[in-house]
Each structure stands twice: as C-alpha cells, then as structure tokens.
Ligand binder design. Structure first.
Ligand SMILES: [Zn+2]
Length: 329
C-alpha cells in the first residue's frame, strides 16, 4: 500500500471531479454528495451538523449521504441492514460497519466523520476524510479479552515495520438487540512486534493451505493505548478519547523497534499495578523484555532509557534515585 497521504495530494490534479455540486446548495437528506478533496469535505462538514455516512470511493474521492436529521449518539445498530445476508459473519459485518460509518469519528483530528471504504479494500475499513488516518473495525458478540483475530501475519508485521498499520476499533455488541456494549480503540502506532502473534498455519485440506493468520495480543499493548470509546453501553467523552490518542502519539515515536521498546516498558509499568515503584520492579520483568527483544544485549540500560522517555512525556515522575511514580493521564 502506498502512503495514503502522498497519493491523496497527487490525486488533487489527477482525479477529475465527479458530478458538480453547487456550493450554495445545502445537503439534502438521502442525497449523495461527491467531493474530491479534504478541503471540500471540511467545508461541507461545517455547513451541516447532520449525521452523515461518508464513503471512500478511491484515493481522494469521497461521497456523503445524510442519514439522520440530527446528531445522535445512539449505540443501537440497524439490524435490518443485514436482512439480505444469510451468513451470520457477513450480516454482522454489514450491520456493525454501517453503524461505525455513521457514528464513529476520527480520534487523530477533529473530524466527526469517517469514510467507509469499498469492501474489497482489505487493508482498512474506514478513512478520515480530513487527516487520512485509516481505521479497521473488528467486532464480536463475545466479551473483549486478550486476543483479537486479525488478518495475515506477514502483512500485519510488514505494516507495523513500515508504520502503516491502521488504527483498530474493537467492538463488542449485544444480541439480539444489536447494541454496542463496549468499544475500544488501539492507535496504529501502539502496535509493535510483541502485540502480534502468528496463528497455526491452515491445514493442507484448507482452500488457503499454509496461510498464516495472526492474533492481536491486547494484553501486550499498554492499557494507555487501549482507549475506551464505549464502556458498558456508555459513550466516553470525545475530548478524552482524542486527548488519550495524542498523549500516546507523543510517546510512541520512532521506528517500529524504538516504539516497541517504549510500549513494552510502559506495559510493564502498568503491570506492576502500583503508583509508586522502583527500578527493581521493572528489572523483575527483564526476562520478558529480553524475550520480546532477543537481539538486544543491554536490556537493563534500555529499560532505564525508556523510563526517561516515559518521564519526559509525563507518564511517570522520578521521585528519588531508582524510585518512580505513575502520573495519571
Ligand atoms: Zn482525522
């Protein structure tokens, strides 16, 4: 996948404008509005507070339909959207994606809408039409536990290495009412090699014999990077979600290896479970960190370096030599 940002910039001249839209005509319920650039989208978004469904057609080309006359924070999904699907998996995908496309927002910028991509786009399900952040939705009716089943292991590792993994929404919904009970967001930069594990290759009788999928291991991702949007049927404040997202973005910088170290040490700090802790409490997890970073021969030095990064970004404070305190977010 080529960088979305650079493609969109280039596409401003390359893609011809679809059917012209009069800038003076306000959006009408049910009518598709097609526009070709982020600026046009932002302008139209300001013109109407209506809940919209935004679709991503191709690089730089979005369309928008008003689907509700007013902003509604409803957690109920439209189950009728899945009536024409026999497969329960397909039905759930259509129903949950329709809801996400009309109710979810971008955490990386102030955009209150995301655009749904065509179904054949395997890399991501939604794109922010303003900042081009990409999102993937995983939904299940089971409680969200340690592991989330994801796509191909090799592809995911490559995306992490290149910093191109999409942000991940993990949804738990309730049946038979089709209502969202829990929803969390894992920012793209919070994925590291330790947060992904390969599954067993498909057997020789499978259609894709030998194919290796992966699990996202949620417990290896620091709790700070598992941002709650909906908890037990209640929305969290949008401002808090965006603040948590940008706090993590500030600390998870650098290449995949550097990011991975910071995230892994932060996960260890959260595992300790006390506000006050010592360097020895972190060293006690040295073997785990060594296993996650087998090529590093100076794990203790790396731990001290990462604790300084966490201090500089306001996650912890140094209280005395070798003593630390967790700073609440
Ligand atoms: Zn955005």
């Amino acid at each position: 996948m080529v960088q979305i940002r650079s493609l969109i910039r280039r596409s401003w001249v390359r893609i011809p404008a679809p059917s012209p839209i009069s800038p003076s005509r306000p959006p009408t319920a049910g009518r598709d509005l097609v526009f070709v650039c982020r600026r046009a989208f932002a302008m139209r978004r300001r013109r109407s507070p209506a809940v919209v469904r935004t679709r991503w057609h191709s690089i730089g080309v979005f369309s928008r339909s008003n689907v509700s006359p007013s902003v509604s924070p409803s957690l109920s999904m439209l189950s009728a959207a899945g009536l024409s699907y026999a497969s329960p998996t397909q039905k759930a995908r259509v129903i949950t994606e329709l809801w996400a496309g009309t109710r979810l927002y971008c955490a990386a910028c102030p955009s209150d809408a995301v655009a749904q991509t065509p179904n054949n786009n395997a890399a991501f399900d939604f794109v922010c039409p303003v900042c081009e952040a990409t999102y993937q939705l995983k939904s299940q009716c089971k409680p969200i536990r340690d592991r989330i089943v994801d796509a191909a292991y090799g592809t995911m590792m490559k995306h992490i290495e290149c910093g191109r993994a999409p942000n991940l929404w993990v949804m738990q919904y309730e049946l038979p009412g089709w209502s969202v009970s829990n929803l969390l967001l894992v920012p793209s930069f919070a994925f590291s090699a330790s947060s992904v594990e390969p599954r067993k290759p498909l057997g020789s009788t499978a259609r894709r014999a030998g194919w290796v999928g992966c699990n996202i291991v949620l417990r290896n991702i620091p709790v700070d990077a598992r941002i709650d949007l909906v908890t037990r049927g209640q929305w969290q404040k949008k401002d808090d979600v965006r603040a948590s997202f940008s706090r993590m973005r500030a600390v998870a910088t650098g290449d995949a290896e550097a990011r991975g170290w910071t995230l892994d040490v932060l996960a260890v700090v959260r595992t300790i479970g006390r506000d006050d802790f010592s360097i020895d409490d972190v060293y006690a997890h040295e073997a785990i960190l060594q296993r996650l970073h087998p090529n590093n021969r100076h794990v203790r030095a790396k731990i001290r370096q990462q604790l300084q990064i966490l201090r500089d970004n306001g996650f912890i404070a140094f209280t005395a030599p070798g003593q630390y305190r967790v700073v609440s977010g």
